[in-house]
Structures are given as structure tokens and as C-alpha cells.
Write a protein that binds this ligand. Structure first.
Ligand SMILES: *Cc1c(COP(=O)(O)O)cnc(C)c1O
Length: 375
């Protein structure tokens, strides 16, 4: 074999060519390695999948076209018409919309529970349920799910635990090792890490489930495009560094924001007063992630003043970039929730969600301080 390139090649081809029918048969039957048609698989997805599986501590991982594609594939793999999902009541906005607005058309209903209340979860699972869906760290208020306990409860009730691990990333938490049957990640966020790709993934241990997920991904058209996989694999090279640096920054920023004039509360699992601090410490081994929330005195007007006053920190409703970004749950993820529902969840007009980046801490503080009232 001639010397191979060190950098990963990109294979944009949508289809492969064969010497004869016999070769086509061997590749189609999996007797010989190779690819036929890119919706069913291609080299960049395979390479990314191998690396993701290792990161997740799982037997396999399959990249999908987005986080929502991965979540849809997970649900469509398990849940049939007339089926039922039990889901956490704090979820990424589009996930809540999928469960509330799309799945009922297929006869699939969802019951929402407080995932921190294990008795409530047990109670909700008394009716036949296919899937228990939770986020390791919830959007936006960073509640932490006790994954081992939830896995036991789900499996005792005959349901499968599906975990959205996007806020935690596999650096903080590997749900497949804690009993989750399927682990979903939006690679668009911290794992891709540079706000320049859209991808998701599903990981698991059961080899038969792998076949079912792969079939679901290809049949429903949830496949991942080569260029995004190529970019994401490049992002993976620095994932550990980025998560650790951003988590360390987030803890310091949370402490720095606490008690500053104009800041009513700070929500971060790394703070001792966070309701899930002890669980987070045990489950994540001393890092608490890059996501935090803080509430400003003065509601929406105060948020507008702050956002206009911190030009270096973009208001940008995503997360996981190398740079710190802000978002406003009240006008993005929870825009169409009723006022009553928002009050129950703690989504107030003054609440900002911050995805902390890897900037030098002092620079980040300076950038934020100019938008806050002087002490
Ligand atoms: C972004 C996100 C999703 C959806 O992922 P996309 O890649 O945008 O489709 C799902 N869950 C969480 C927690 C997310 O942050």
C-alpha cells in the first residue's frame, strides 16, 4: 500500500461503482467491506461513528442528519402507533414540539413528568410505555437526571431509557454505561463545536438494535452528509480540551455572576446551592458542563440592555461554540408556551441562557462586565 494521507479524506460521492454483479452482491450482503449508496452509509459517517462509539463507551454509534433526525429515528425505532412515551418536562424546545405536535398524528402520546421526582416517573410508567426520554442536563435550567436510577425504573417497567446527552457530552457522562439503551447527541452543538455543521447521533450496545436503527435512519431519510461528518470528526480532536476548558470557565463565571448587582439568580450544577449539585458531582466526576443560566433584575428590558451592552458576546440561539453565546429561552425555545407553563418551569423574561466558550477567563469577564450595572 502506498503511504496514506494523515488527514482524513472527504468522500462526497453519493454512490459507489462495482466491477461486476458478484462484487455488488458481496458488498450488499456485507461479506466484503464497502459502501453502495451514501444514504445507507459512506466512509465519513463510518469513521465518525467509530470514534463516537468509543467516546460514548458504546458498541456502536450512527451519525444522523441532525439531532432531531437522531431523536426521530430513536422514537420511530421503538414506538408504534398507539404507543406511549414518558418524557421529562424540561426538554429542548423542538423535542417538546415533536412530542406534542407531531407524534400525536401517528397516535403516539407523551406524558410529561418531573424527571427529578423518581416516584412520579415510576407512577407515570405504570401504564404501558415504550420509551422514557430524558436529557442528562436539561434545557435550559440544567436539572440533572439520575440516569442509573431512571434506567432501573424504566427497565423494571418494560420501557427503554433514551437519553439526550447533548448538554453533558460524552466527556462528562456516558449514558450507555449507566443503562441507557439509546444515547442521542446533537453533534451540532459542543461535539461539532464550531457552529458550522448540523448532525446528530445515536449510540447503543445491542447489535440487533443497531440494525433496526440503521434501517430506520436510511428508510426515513435521516442520514448524515459526508462533509458535515468530516467537519465533525475534526471537531472531535479537540472535544476533551474544549469541554474541560469551557466547564472550568462556566464554574468561574457562575461564581463571578453570583451576587453581582442586577443579577437575581445563577443556575449552574457546579454551584453548591443547585438542587442537583451532589448528583452532578457524582455522575460527572467533578466537571459540570458549559451551560448555565442567570436571571437579570428588570425582565425583558434588562435583557435587551444587557445584550446591547455586550457586543462581544453574541445573542445566538444555539450552544456549544468555541465562543460564549447567549440565548433567551422566553423568546426562543419556550416562545409558544403559556405564561402558566413558563412560571412552573421557571422561565422568566429576565432569564438568559449562556453557553460558555473557551476564551481566556479574564477576557470573558471583561466582555460581560460592561453590560452589567456597576458595583
Ligand atoms: C440542539 C439540540 C437538539 C436538536 O439538535 P439539532 O442538531 O439542532 O437537530 C436536541 N436536544 C438538545 C438538548 C439540543 O441542544
Amino acid at each position: 500500500m502506498p503511504p496514506q494521507p494523515l488527514a482524513r479524506p472527504l468522500h462526497p460521492s453519493s454512490v459507489y461503482r462495482f466491477a461486476d454483479l458478484d462484487e455488488l452482491d458481496r458488498v450488499s450482503d456485507g461479506v466484503e467491506p464497502g459502501f453502495v449508496y451514501a444514504r445507507d452509509g459512506h466512509p465519513n459517517a463510518a469513521w465518525l461513528g467509530e470514534k463516537l462509539a468509543r467516546l460514548e463507551g458504546a458498541a456502536w454509534a450512527i451519525p444522523c442528519g441532525s439531532g432531531m433526525a437522531a431523536l426521530s429515528a430513536a422514537i420511530l425505532t421503538y414506538v408504534t402507533a398507539g404507543g406511549r412515551i414518558v418524557a421529562a418536562d424540561q426538554l429542548y424546545g423542538r423535542t417538546a414540539k415533536l412530542l406534542r405536535n407531531e407524534l400525536p398524528r401517528l397516535g403516539i402520546t407523551t406524558t410529561f413528568v418531573d424527571a427529578a421526582d423518581l416516584d412520579a416517573v415510576r407512577e407515570a410508567l405504570r401504564a404501558p410505555t415504550q420509551v422514557l426520554l430524558v436529557e442528562t442536563i436539561s434545557n435550559p435550567l440544567c436539572r440533572v437526571a439520575d440516569l442509573s436510577a431512571l434506567a432501573d425504573i424504566a427497565h423494571a417497567a418494560g420501557a427503554k431509557l433514551v437519553v439526550d446527552n447533548t448538554f453533558a457530552t460524552p466527556i462528562l457522562c456516558r449514558p450507555a454505561e449507566l443503562g441507557a439503551v439509546l444515547v442521542m447527541e446533537s453533534l451540532t452543538k459542543m461535539i461539532g463545536g464550531h457552529s458550522d455543521l448540523l448532525l446528530g447521533s445515536l449510540a447503543g450496545n445491542d447489535p440487533e438494535l443497531r440494525q433496526a436503527v440503521a434501517a430506520s435512519v436510511s428508510s426515513w431519510g435521516f442520514s448524515a452528509p459526508p462533509f458535515d461528518c468530516w467537519l465533525c470528526e475534526r471537531g472531535l480532536a479537540t472535544l476533551d480540551l474544549r469541554v474541560r476548558t469551557a466547564s472550568a470557565n462556566a464554574l468561574r463565571i457562575a461564581e463571578w455572576l453570583q451576587g453581582r448587582p442586577g443579577v437575581r439568580r445563577v443556575v449552574y450544577p457546579g454551584l453548591a446551592r443547585h438542587p442537583d449539585h451532589a448528583l452532578a458531582d457524582r455522575q460527572f466526576g467533578g466537571s459540570f458542563g458549559h451551560m448555565l443560566c442567570f436571571e437579570l433584575d428588570g425582565g425583558r428590558e434588562a435583557v435587551n440592555r444587557f445584550v446591547r451592552g455586550v457586543p462581544e458576546i453574541p445573542l445566538s440561539p444555539s450552544l456549544g461554540d468555541t465562543g460564549t453565546t447567549l440565548s433567551h429561552p422566553d423568546s426562543t425555545s419556550h416562545r409558544y408556551e403559556s405564561a402558566a407553563a413558563k412560571t412552573v418551569l421557571g422561565i422568566t423574561p429576565g432569564l438568559l441562557r449562556m453557553s460558555v466558550g473557551i476564551e481566556p477567563f479574564d477576557r470573558l469577564c471583561e466582555a460581560l462586565a460592561v453590560g452589567l450595572p456597576v458595583e
